[in-house]
Design a protein around this ligand. Structure first.
Ligand SMILES: [Ca+2]
Length: 187
């Protein structure tokens, strides 16, 4: 869960997509443990782990790249709203899916519907390969952690594709070097 310092259960249902500046500042300060003004990869990894989301440093760095306008590799307060909105959007999309009551996990068919609601309509064979890649234990279901990694991959891929296709033709031609560049920026 991405809800640092959630006030109380009664307020949870009316959590706005973009909280007020004071709440954002409190959350930022809670994650920025050394009060440097920058949320680093290790600080964000620890904050996500506190919420039960365990990601490798590589995945956390990819989350930061989604929101890091300046390319500094860390998140300043001015970039924090993007980070919050990204995490909250993914979490809300996952929360809208029917989950197993005990495990909180969502079946892959329902994950596919969730991706569609986020705007990703993929060909069936591509979708199967994608879901298999982010369900490495072949459980047939995903938790929020896997769903977030999957969504991150799709967002990164879409951004990298667009960089090679600035006029949105829908097709790119890559040499090997460009392919490696695209692949490494999508994971
Ligand atoms: Ca810091």
């Amino acid at each position: 869960m991405w809800r640092p310092q959630q006030p109380n259960a009664a307020e949870r249902h009316k959590q706005p997509a973009v909280p007020d500046a004071a709440s954002l500042r409190r959350w930022f300060d809670a994650v920025d443990k050394d009060h440097s003004g920058h949320i680093t990869v290790t600080e964000l990894q620890a904050a996500l782990a506190d919420g039960g989301l365990n990601f490798s440093l590589g995945t956390v760095a990819a989350i930061i790249r989604q929101c890091d306008r300046t390319g500094s590799g860390s998140i300043t307060f001015s970039e924090f709203e993007r980070l919050h909105v990204f995490l909250a959007t993914v979490q809300d999309a996952f929360g809208a899916l029917p989950a197993d009551r005990q495990s909180g996990r969502v079946l892959l068919d329902d994950v596919a519907r969730g991706l569609s609601s986020l705007g990703y309509d993929l060909e069936p064979a591509v979708l199967r390969a994608l879901l298999a890649r982010f369900d490495p234990l072949a459980a047939g279901s995903m938790g929020l952690q896997e769903f977030l990694a999957l969504t991150l991959f799709l967002r990164s891929s879409a951004a990298t594709f667009k960089a090679f296709d600035p006029s949105s033709t829908g097709v790119v031609h890559l040499n090997f070097h460009q392919y490696i560049y695209a692949a490494v920026n999508s994971t």
